[in-house]
Ligand binder design. Structure first.
Ligand SMILES: Nc1nc2c(c(=O)[nH]1)N[C@H]1C(S)=C(S)[C@@H](COP(=O)(O)OP(=O)(O)OC[C@H]3O[C@@H](n4cnc5c(=O)[nH]c(N)nc54)[C@H](O)[C@@H]3O)O[C@H]1N2
Ligand SMILES: Nc1nc2c(c(=O)[nH]1)N[C@H]1C(S)=C(S)[C@@H](COP(=O)(O)OP(=O)(O)OC[C@H]3O[C@@H](n4cnc5c(=O)[nH]c(N)nc54)[C@H](O)[C@@H]3O)O[C@H]1N2
Ligand code: SF4
Ligand SMILES: [Mo]
Length: 732
């Protein structure tokens, strides 16, 4: 008997509402919920392939324990947790709690309580963020850091759908859904039809560039130079909003002086963009009234990501592109606590503490947690605080961290590696214990995380409408399975270690910029709360109670909840900072280097750049027959001119080398790509000690990267993952 249920896809933080057809307890079909007032039936291929993920024959249904010969034996999840807890206890007794680290990844998006409890676990150990190696520090940490240094506008940025211009610098929301979660292609189409002038800055003419009125194709990595050039024109030609700057910002003269060397001619030469296009971009952006310049992962991964973001914020601020007094709040709260938006910034602050240097390269303690790019070295470097135990929660560091060989060496040296996953991922295949999680349709869903993601910086996610949704679980876990949610795993371990857990509910902010502080909820350690109760804790103090949200099965837009933004307080003494000393020093450095280094040269003439694939989310979906199954590898996209130059045909196997490693890829022609660029997705390929087939598994671009000193951001440890000089040749 077939029945349908309304639910939410939780593969990525767009959280699309879906209609799931269930037959005999199994999901057989997923489509978008056409009755959703906001998404109106939108889904992407990953959501529609949820049945195949749930019904996958290789789905992990029982815990597994690695045997001395490298094979895996099934173990009861409760026994695995007993053994893991005993091992953790011994490791902590011998080396201290600093020896235990957690790495939560994109698999935790399934339930935001997971990340929250991972932090609570570390807090209970007394190490907190110092041993929290999350994707946050390999996914544009510069966004939060730059906002800390610049200041944060309380009423937030202009909503995209109400803007008349927008600049996407290396962001491709049509594929990534980042920034625009709800049917991005449609939102862009409607905005352009309503008169928006969209500008895309990307070495590739992306899916998001289709509706752009201007597309700049810079050399990868040279975006900070380009943005400094924009500021040069804006400030010299006085195209900025003087009244706004006078009222809310400091440092305009220092910023103006700092961008003087970045003349259009100089910028054109370094970034490889025609001078007239630089002028045209500035002219379009400044003559419009509303809209932001935002950045994505592409340019962030070329090492000067924080500076890039800082310059983006400066451009938005000097043009006054923030929601003003009397306007509607651009990113209103529903499931987060209420707060009163005002037309004023929160003061900048220093998001690191150099009096507490970490173990490696003098990296200071920052608000973003430990530098994930240094995880392998944190494991391999002896001394106090050396990591001996690692818990990977919904993450796949064997393919997502730079320098895959070093990651393998490090992981093999651990006393304890636990992988909480839904399949035998690259990381699970080296773990001592693999613990099976529930999949999305088996747990409840709530949209709060969508609202909260605006605190990860400009253009991450965030909702432009006062929308909320809750959905109950649709499926029971497969019969005979022995699953446990990530947060439940941490709870059970804490119970065994006699460590009480405190959860932080309803966090509305980050670092020192808070709209409302989170509320502490000590958990009942005698009886494990249900996931529903954990959601109640997560939404404690929300503007609309969870019970009310539950009344609307298709989700609801709470239009009546909108706030008018109040004027700046008369006694407010907070200002945006346009000339932070660290950022100005970095600007001088990129000028001294004539842009981002290293540049392509005779040995490594091409630049490797990251991109996202629609069918998979990093490594998620690679083994799904409906997704990765169609094209299980990550093509090495090259401009046809380059293919011809190297005598390579589309479909050929090619050798790709960097100064740090080499892989074999499958060449593919893409004429929309800037010549000299090799564009390839990450998180593919096998482990270094496994058989690799580039045509069935793809190639792991992490092997072309390094996380040595000099290749990571000196303050935040973001490793260079873009604009990597590489060479290609055909296979003999
Ligand atoms: N070279 C290069 N490297 C990169 C990047 C790049 O652009 N280029 N991008 C970086 C970025 S932005 C990021 S965010 C990271 C991604 O880093 P990771 O999060 O480490 O990688 P994912 O592939 O997203 O890993 C998700 C894991 O979760 C598992 N999973 C899926 N669903 C569930 C679930 O419901 N529960 C549980 N427990 N597990 C689940 C999957 O099987 C997979 O093993 O990679 C980074 N690395
Ligand atoms: N379908 C799908 N969706 C995803 C993911 C996925 O793997 N697949 N991953 C998720 C994750 S973890 C994240 S962090 C987000 C990322 O979301 P986005 O940042 O929007 O990621 P991309 O789609 O890769 O867009 C980055 C763009 O930057 C361009 N680029 C590369 N190098 C440079 C450069 O040096 N300068 C400039 N100007 N552009 C450059 C690339 O060509 C690409 O078009 O996406 C999320 N959504
Ligand atoms: S965009 Fe795709 S993967 Fe993300 S929530 Fe929607 S359907 Fe799921
Ligand atoms: Mo990411």
């Amino acid at each position: 008997m077939a029945e349908t249920h309304i639910s939410m896809c939780k593969v990525c933080p767009a959280y699309c509402p879906i209609e799931v057809t269930v037959e005999n307890g199994r999901a057989v079909k997923v489509m978008g919920d056409r009755q959703s007032p906001l998404y109106k039936g939108y889904t992407c291929p990953k959501g529609r392939a949820l049945p195949e993920a749930h019904n996958h024959p290789d789905r992990l249904l029982h815990s597994r324990k690695r045997q001395p010969d490298g094979s895996y034996a099934t173990i009861a999840t409760a026994s695995a947790i007993d053994e893991i807890s005993a091992k953790l206890k011994a490791i902590i007794a011998e080396y201290g709690p600093e020896a235990v680290a957690v790495y939560p990844g994109n698999g935790t998006v399934n339930n935001p309580v997971n990340i929250s409890i991972a932090v609570s676990f570390l807090n209970a150990l007394g190490t907190g963020l110092e041993r929290f190696f999350s994707v946050q520090t390999i996914d544009q940490p510069g966004k939060v850091i730059a906002q800390a240094l610049h200041g944060k506008w309380i009423a937030g940025p202009h909503p995209f759908h109400l803007s008349d211009t927008w600049v996407l610098v290396g962001a491709n929301p049509v594929i990534s859904k980042m920034g625009l979660g709800q049917n991005p292609a449609q939102i862009i189409k409607e905005a352009v039809a309503n008169g928006m002038k969209l500008i895309v800055i990307d070495p590739r003419e992306t899916e998001s560039a289709k509706k752009a009125c201007l597309h700049l194709q810079p050399q990868p990595g040279q975006d900070p130079t380009l943005l400094a050039g924009f500021l040069h024109i804006i400030l010299n030609e006085e195209l900025y909003n003087k009244a706004f700057v006078a009222e809310h910002a400091r440092g305009i003269e220092q910023l103006k002086a700092a961008v003087q060397p970045f003349t259009p001619e100089y910028v054109s030469a370094v970034a490889g963009v025609p001078v007239d296009q630089i002028h045209e971009a500035v002219s379009i952006f400044t003559s419009a009234k509303r809209g932001s310049l935002v950045t994505g992962t592409g340019p962030h991964f070329a090492l000067h990501g924080t500076l890039l973001e800082y310059l983006a914020l400066c451009i938005n601020t000097v043009c006054g592109r923030w929601v003003r007094e009397g306007e509607r709040n651009g990113h209103p709260h529903v499931m987060l606590p209420d707060y009163q938006p005002k037309a004023q910034p929160m003061a900048p602050y220093k998001p690191w503490d150099e009096t507490k240097p970490g173990r490696l390269y003098g990296l200071p303690k920052t608000i973003m947690g430990a530098a994930t790019g240094t995880l392998a070295d944190e494991i391999l470097t002896p001394g106090k605080g050396q990591i001996r135990a690692l818990i990977c929660a919904g993450s796949n560091p064997m393919v997502s961290l730079p320098d895959q060989k070093r990651t393998l060496k490090a992981f093999k040296s651990l006393d304890l590696l636990v992988s909480l996953d839904v399949e035998m991922s690259n990381t699970a295949r080296v773990a001592h214990y693999v613990i099976p999680d529930y999949l999305g349709l088996e747990t409840p869903a709530v949209s709060q995380f969508l609202e909260a993601s605006k605190y990860y910086g400009l253009w991450t996610q965030g909702l432009e409408w006062p929308y909320a949704m809750y959905a109950p679980p649709v499926l029971s876990p497969p019969e005979g399975s022995d699953l446990i949610e990530i947060w439940q795993f941490f709870y059970e371990v804490c119970k065994k270690l006699d460590m009480p857990l405190t959860m932080y509910g309803n966090a509305a902010g980050a670092g020192e910029h808070w709209d409302k502080y989170p509320q502490q909820v000590p958990l009942d350690m005698s009886e494990r709360p249900s996931t529903e109760t954990m959601y109640e804790h997560m939404c404690i103090g929300s503007r609309v109670p969870l019970a009310e949200v539950k009344q609307h099965i298709h989700g609801k837009i709470y239009d009546e909840l909108d706030h008018q933004v109040l004027p700046r307080d008369a006694e407010c003494t907070d200002y945006f900072e346009l000339a932070d000393t660290h950022m100005m020093a970095e600007l001088q450095l990129i000028y001294a280097n004539r842009g981002d280094l290293p540049q392509p040269d005779a040995d490594y003439p091409l630049l490797l750049t990251p991109r996202r694939t629609n069918e998979v989310l990093n490594s998620i979906g690679r083994t799904n027959p409906k997704l990765g199954g169609k094209q299980p590898f990550n093509p090495a996209f090259l401009n046809p001119q380059d293919l011809e130059k190297y005598g390579i045909n589309s479909g050929d196997l090619i050798r790709i080398r960097s100064a740090y490693g080499e892989i074999t890829g499958v060449a593919a022609a893409e004429d929309r790509l800037r010549p000299g660029t090799l564009s390839m997705s990450h998180c593919f390929g096998a482990n270094p000690d496994e058989q690799t087939d580039p045509e069935t598994q793809g190639a792991c671009t992490a092997r072309l990267l390094t996380a040595d000193e000099g290749h990571i951001d000196p303050l935040f440890g973001q490793p260079r993952m873009g604009a990597i000089p590489v060479a290609i040749s055909s296979m003999p």
